[in-house]
Ligand binder design. Structure first.
Ligand SMILES: [Zn+2]
Length: 288
C-alpha cells in the first residue's frame, strides 16, 4: 500500500517525511565513469538509461520551531515545464496537501532550510498569487549558503530557476544568505558541504543525544555511501568526496540516522560498517 507520509522521533524532535514527487535520473550522470557491473546489483533501473528516485521533503517540529528542509518541486508552472520533460517528473502529492494531511500549518512554519538551489529543492518555496509569485511560507525565514544562485543574479541570468524563486524570498525580506555553519534553531544546524553545488549544506538535527543528518544531495543513491568516490558528472570531485567522508564519519561515530533527499522513501536509515565497507540500511521501509 502506498503511504506518502512517515514520521520519526529523534530525541524530542518530531520529524515528518513527505514524498513530494518522483524523477528519473540518468545513470550516465549519476554513475559517471563507473562500469555498470559495479553498481547494477544495487540500482533498480527504470529504463536502460535511468533510475527512479523520489523527492523527499522533511519537516522538523522542535518545540516552538517548525522547520522545513527543502521544498520539493512545487505547483505546476512554467519554470517546472523543462524539468517535467527532462526528468519525467511525476508529482506524488503537492506540498500543500502533504502538509495539510500531516497536520502542519503553513503559516506556522518558522524556518525553511535549502540544502542548495537546485530546482527540485526550491520550487515549492514560492506560489503564484495576485499575478506574481509569493513566498509559500509567509512567516518563515529561509536559509541558504552563499555561493550559488546570486551568481546568476549578478550575471543577469534572470531566467534561472533559482533566481526566479529565491529572488521572491529576497524581495520579501525572508532570505538569509550564510557564509558559514549556522544554527537555525536549538539543535538544528546547517553545515556547509560543497561539491554537488558550491552552496550545498547538510543539516544536523540533534536532540537528547540522538542525531539525524539531512544529507540533501550529497548522495543521490545509497550505494554512494559505500562508494563515496563515485562522483556524478559535473560535480566538484575533491570537495564532494571530502564533504561525503565527513558526514559518513560523523554519522558512524554518533550512530546517527542519515536521511537522503532522493533515497527510497522515506529515506531514513543508519550506517553500518562491515569489513571496511559502509552501508546505508533503511530504518523505515516505506512505499511511495
Ligand atoms: Zn536533488
Amino acid at each position: 500500500m502506498q503511504n506518502q507520509i512517515e514520521t520519526l522521533e529523534v530525541g524530542q524532535f518530531k520529524l515528518t517525511i513527505m514524498c513530494d514527487s518522483h524523477l528519473l535520473l540518468p545513470v550516465k550522470w549519476a554513475f559517471h565513469g563507473i562500469k555498470q557491473q559495479h553498481w547494477s546489483s544495487a540500482v533498480e533501473l527504470s529504463s536502460a538509461n535511468s533510475f527512479r528516485c523520489p523527492v523527499n521533503v522533511i519537516h522538523c517540529e522542535a518545540g516552538p520551531h517548525s522547520v522545513i528542509i527543502d521544498t520539493g518541486i512545487g505547483e505546476p508552472h512554467p519554470t517546472r515545464k523543462i524539468y517535467d520533460a527532462e526528468f519525467s517528473l511525476q508529482q506524488v502529492v503537492d506540498l500543500k496537501t502533504n502538509l495539510s494531511q500531516a497536520g502542519i500549518e503553513i503559516a506556522a512554519v518558522t524556518a525553511v532550510i535549502f540544502s542548495h538551489s537546485d530546482w527540485d529543492h526550491i520550487m515549492g518555496a514560492t506560489v503564484e498569487g495576485q499575478g506574481e509569485r509569493q513566498p509559500f511560507f509567509p512567516q518563515a525565514r529561509h536559509f541558504i549558503m552563499n555561493g550559488g544562485w546570486e551568481h546568476d543574479e549578478v550575471t543577469g541570468a534572470v531566467d534561472s530557476v533559482a533566481n526566479i524563486h529565491l529572488s521572491v524570498l529576497k524581495k520579501h525580506g525572508q532570505l538569509q544568505l550564510l557564509d558559514k555553519m549556522h544554527t537555525v534553531a536549538p539543535g538544528i544546524t546547517m553545515i556547509p558541504s560543497p561539491g554537488h553545488a558550491a552552496e550545498h549544506a547538510h543539516v544536523r538535527l540533534s536532540s537528547n543525544q540522538e542525531t539525524l543528518f539531512c544529507s540533501g544531495d550529497l548522495f543521490h543513491h545509497p550505494i554512494m555511501i559505500t562508494h563515496p568516490d563515485w562522483i556524478p558528472y559535473g560535480n566538484d570531485r575533491e570537495n564532494l568526496l571530502t564533504s561525503r567522508q565527513a558526514v559518513i564519519a560523523e554519522a558512524l561515530d554518533l550512530n546517527a540516522y542519515l536521511f537522503g533527499a532522493h533515497f527510497p522513501f522515506p529515506g531514513i536509515g543508519k550506517l553500518v560498517k562491515e569489513h571496511d565497507l559502509v552501508k546505508w540500511v533503511p530504518t523505515i521501509i516505506g512505499h511511495c
